[in-house]
Unconditional design. Structure first.
Length: 226
């Protein structure tokens, strides 16, 4: 098997966002990385500096663009944008969303919580899979025989990983293995995904309360049959 047969696509979650009011910002414009988020982006850029990255692409949202910029700069690349990498749509965008406060206190919103399997409050999981797989395939084609970095958002990353690893798409959000500035790495042989890996190059920068309850990082990658 030649190196030309292998392509690696890193699907990266953006860094920490400045959001002092705790708003569910979703696809809203105007939410930028915090100072810590910029440090996370720089840390991952350093981590990938010696990798054979030939394509960097991001969601159009500011936090993703700002996370991807130092990676593209480190490799002398122009930053591309792919709308398909955007955050999942959610009817609660712009609201605070928690038990006992915010949107959940209003009975008019309860109708959006009837079906967690679809889910009823936002973009269907299946639609997220379709667009994210298309974005991954586009990045794979742009970096054939090399590596690509795609900066996206937690839910779409977790959903497409769950699909590839043949898990159910509905899940407990507290158990997603996709912390800030993490890398979910898909290795292709030709056009087929043969393994999925996960790493957290900026883990020491992530606030402890965001790591509580998260799945532990295990070494290696999950391989699939040829």
């Amino acid at each position: 098997m030649s190196n030309d047969d292998i392509t690696v696509v890193h699907l990266m979650r953006h860094g920490e966002v400045h959001n002092p009011d705790g708003v569910l910002y979703g696809r809203r414009a105007g939410y930028h990385l915090s100072e810590l988020g910029r440090q996370m982006a720089d840390r991952v850029a350093e981590h990938l500096a010696d990798r054979d990255v030939t394509h960097v692409v991001a969601s159009p949202l500011e936090r993703a663009q700002e996370t991807a910029t130092p990676i593209a700069k480190a490799h002398g690349l122009d930053l591309a944008t792919d709308e398909r990498l955007i955050e999942a749509a959610n009817v609660f965008e712009g609201k605070t969303f928690g038990v006992g406060d915010g949107a959940l206190r209003k009975p008019a919103n309860w109708r959006h919580l009837t079906n967690p399997f679809r889910p009823s409050w936002g973009e269907p999981y299946v639609e997220q899979v379709v667009r994210m797989m298309a974005a991954l395939d586009r990045a794979r084609d742009a970096a054939r025989g090399h590596e690509a970095v795609c900066v996206s958002h937690q839910l779409p990353i977790w959903i497409v990983r769950s699909f590839v690893e043949k898990r159910r798409l509905w899940h407990d959000p507290r158990k997603r293995q996709c912390t800030l500035a993490s890398l979910t790495t898909f290795t292709y042989r030709g056009d087929k995904i043969v393994s999925v890996g996960y790493s957290e190059p900026a883990r020491d920068l992530v606030p402890a309360h965001l790591l509580a309850g998260a799945k532990p990082v295990k070494g290696g990658a999950k391989a699939f049959g040829a």
